[in-house]
Design a protein around this ligand. Sequence first.
Ligand SMILES: Cc1cc2nc3c(=O)[nH]c(=O)nc-3n(C[C@H](O)[C@H](O)[C@H](O)COP(=O)(O)O)c2cc1C
Length: 235
Amino acid sequence: MYMKKLLFFVCTMLTWLCTDATAKTLVVYYSYTGNCREIVTTLTSQIQADVLEIQPAEKGLKYEANGYALGTQLLNAIKANPNDASSYPAIDPVTTSLSDYQTIIIVTPLWWSQMAANMQTYLFNYGGQMAGKNVGLIVSSASSGISGVVADCKRLVPDGKYFSENLWINHSNHSNRATLIQAWLTDINYHTVTGINETKATTTAPSRIYDLGGRLLVEEPSKGLYIKNGKKFIR
Ligand SMILES: Cc1cc2nc3c(=O)[nH]c(=O)nc-3n(C[C@H](O)[C@H](O)[C@H](O)COP(=O)(O)O)c2cc1C
């Protein structure tokens, strides 16, 4: 019995040592009318990830008004001078540090067959920091195909390690997004590529809590170091 506990303890310690602390996923999204937000909610019900929402600095803008005049104007400005920071609309400051993440999943609307301008601003500022990281792209459009958005993403995140496929969700299959996302995660080998084996539990198994000596505890200690479901906690 003692040997069994000792073995468990040693295995847990080895898992800690071998686990890359940055093997985490960040889902970064922008959403104007809510579809990308719903996609992110569905996605994060299937994988463990932190979420960052990009917000335009100027609130209350109507990108679709007057025949999509503002949306068009923003994209034309970027197209005319894609290397100039002043071509991109201002967004709220972002404090999330990308160094905490090895995988970034970008969820963005398509605007005039391009990446929505506010997401382009974020990637213009931070895409360089995604070099060597796993990069996934999910695009929501009414009906247009996403090749222009993929091209924008590759321009703004040139050195990302892209997953083998991008995911396109349009208005006719948006309600089926849970299935589409699940199939995409399987197709891109998400858990193998990211090294994140943790899937979101659909049922909650009872927690097993141990002290550092490998002894099973009846409850979480109020102070100190302990192991719960194979993870280290400090109080
Ligand atoms: C300025 C603007 C331009 C758009 N251009 C297109 C387009 O060219 N083709 C298309 O299929 N959908 C287009 N759409 C629709 C959005 O891509 C679609 O509604 C998407 O689901 C929006 O995502 P969101 O709800 O997260 O903002 C456009 C929307 C806006 C606001």
